[in-house]
Design a protein around this ligand. Structure first.
Ligand SMILES: [Zn+2]
Length: 86
């Protein structure tokens, strides 16, 4: 009789185990929390910008980088390194 309790809880445990609304930044691996429904989100830790999709209402997923922003960041980083070479 008591065994019936266990089967229903699996989904609940899985939902509780995840931090709602948080994803892991694919550049610096920090947890980031985009505002609900945001299409893009800039990581506050490394300034890379990500395209966000919402497969479930409260669960964001990173679709990919925003190349315009990330390329500019990369170029800036490169040009800083390159300075002083002449
Ligand atoms: Zn980051």
């Amino acid at each position: 009789m008591e065994q019936e309790k266990t089967s229903a809880t699996t989904a609940e445990i899985t939902a509780k185990g995840r931090t709602t609304g948080a994803v892991r930044c694919m550049n610096c691996m920090e947890r980031i929390r985009p505002p609900l429904g945001a299409k893009t989100f800039k990581c506050p830790h490394c300034s890379f910008e990500w395209r966000i999709s919402w497969p479930l209402p409260k669960f964001p997923r990173i679709r990919g980088p925003v190349w315009d922003v990330n390329r500019r960041l990369t170029e800036e980083a490169m040009s800083k390194k390159g300075k002083g070479k002449k």
